[in-house]
Write a protein that binds this ligand. Structure first.
Ligand code: ZN
Length: 151
């Protein structure tokens, strides 16, 4: 039985959980974890889904339980709140850079190629490898890439 846990400790543990769809960033950087509450009886993690019906959310919830359990924290409750709705603004600046390095153009006003930073790009498909992403191609370096859609 863990007798003392700080909120910061829980945040640290949660930051070790990668996003199931984009392992380059963690769920804190993605901005889905809204709050953590710790009391004697349990740890409550409050999350907001990125996209309604995003299949990754169930996985994120399961991973939170599993990861905290691996830290000997058993009394965990994950609460999903839908309001205020998640927005791509909640993705941290650091995470946006990681996305770019990973080859995914982060949400931005002017979509730029993650390879060569050219803005001379075209949309190939509104749906990329996941519903959250669209497929683009750079007209300069000819590389296709995923774009994390704004919303
Ligand atoms: Zn390019």
């Amino acid at each position: 039985m863990v007798t003392f846990l700080s909120k910061d400790q829980i945040w640290n543990y949660l930051s070790e959980i990668p996003d199931p769809e984009i392992p380059a960033i963690n769920i804190i950087e993605l901005g889905v974890v809204r709050d953590v509450k710790v009391d004697d009886a349990q740890v409550e993690v409050i999350i907001t889904p990125t996209y309604s019906g995003c299949p990754a959310m169930k996985m994120i919830e399961d991973n939170i339980y599993l990861h905290l359990k691996s830290k000997n924290i058993d009394n965990v409750k994950v609460t999903t709140i839908l309001s205020p709705a998640w927005t791509t603004d909640w993705i941290t600046e650091e995470a946006k850079e990681k996305l770019n390095k990973y080859g995914i153009a982060p949400p931005q006003k002017e979509i730029a190629c993650p390879q060569c930073a050219s803005q001379n790009v075209e949309c190939i498909s509104q749906f990329g490898s996941t519903p959250c992403k669209a497929q683009y191609r750079c007209k300069d370096c000819r590389e296709p890439f995923d774009y994390f859609k704004c919303h």
